[in-house]
Design a protein around this ligand. Structure first.
Ligand SMILES: [Zn+2]
Ligand SMILES: [Zn+2]
Length: 186
């Protein structure tokens, strides 16, 4: 599969709607700056609809990503689905020249994916995957995280750190420990 297969040229698009679909294998989209790995193929389907001044690109994607738990940093794998509905401004040379004067606003971020009239789908899918990520991925809702003292993964059992008396969460534990020690001394 060539890079060209991942580009949609909006130049010849009239007012018709095209149905498109494709697949990105892991590695074809650059996620190196994103704290995630693409663990499976990314499948997308979308309709491209020519509209005044540009094209609407709407559809969905699904893939599987490898992330890290925000509490214990162990790797976890999650299916991911995203929906998108984007508008890309057609940048025909004479139109583009006229629009140089226009101030940039949020909608211009969409045009960043365009080189001339070609839509770079790897960049579009990259952004849509990042937008669909969970805010705080957890390996388990009850993940105990890492010990702040020694960095041990507390899901694997207690660590050897002394309990810190300042932490009220440890007080019942300390009381229990004292009781146990007294019992043993008797
Ligand atoms: Zn965790
Ligand atoms: Zn510890």
């Amino acid at each position: 599969m060539t890079k060209r297969a991942h580009v949609v040229d909006l130049a010849d698009l009239g007012s018709e709607t095209l149905s498109l679909a494709g697949v990105f294998a892991p590695g074809e989209i650059d996620f190196s700056g994103d704290d995630l790995e693409q663990a499976d193929v990314l499948e997308w389907r979308a309709s491209v609809e020519g509209q005044t001044g540009g094209a609407r690109f709407a559809g969905e994607l699904r893939t599987t990503v490898r992330l890290r738990c925000v509490r214990c940093v162990s790797p976890l794998q999650r299916p991911l689905e995203g929906k998108f509905d984007l508008f890309f401004e057609r940048r025909e040379s004479e139109l583009f020249r006229d629009r140089d004067e226009i101030e940039l606003d949020a909608s211009d971020t969409a045009t960043a994916f365009l080189a001339g009239t070609e839509l770079a789908l790897d960049q579009v899918m990259h952004e849509q995957v990042v937008l669909a990520l969970p805010m705080k991925p957890l390996c388990d809702p009850s993940c105990r995280g890492l010990c702040a003292g020694c960095g041990a993964n507390l899901n694997l059992g207690p660590c050897a750190c002394p309990a810190r008396p300042n932490n009220p969460a440890f007080e019942p534990l300390l009381e229990l420990k004292k009781r146990l020690e007294r019992g043993r001394a008797d």
